[in-house]
Design a protein around this ligand. Sequence first.
Ligand code: SF4
Length: 181
Amino acid sequence: MKRLRLATVWLAGCSGCHMSLLDLDEWLFELAGKVELVYSPIADVKRFPAEVDVTLVEGAVANRDNLELIRRVRRNSRLLISFGDCAITGNVTALRNPLGDPAPLLRRVYVDNVEFPSGAPPSEEGIVPRLLERVQPVHEVVSVDLYLPGCPPSAARIRAALEPLLAGEIPHLQGEQLRFG
Ligand code: SF4
């Protein structure tokens, strides 16, 4: 039987959603028998591959690297799941939004108020990517197929979403499973 090609992506988030994924404990062995993990921060794959069946996306879109990656993820994922509150609403990551464009603040911190300024805030695509003016939840940038709320979603909730997918069905989370926070 063809195994489901599964990916997990870490954008601007604290990695807590991925920690919760690891909390699936022994069920991870069962999962490993049914999926091929083709991309994840817990696997050493550098480039998001083509033809992924299901992708869990943790975190919001906060910088140019996030933006580039989420567009590539969308092009190559059959089903994209917003995984956790940061992906769905911006949550903690978006707390900076009321301050507006972060450029003046970065300049103040890295240039104006330091003894030996380098002349500009650190910026290097792929290493220190430029921040976007505003943090965006994933669905504001690309289309999302399913939402898995929680900060982080519990392991039980993650399993409730993945089990139907493994059976070729769309999960229908309801009640407590849809709670934020
Ligand atoms: Fe971390 Fe919560 Fe955001 Fe997940 S939803 S990345 S646990 S802050």
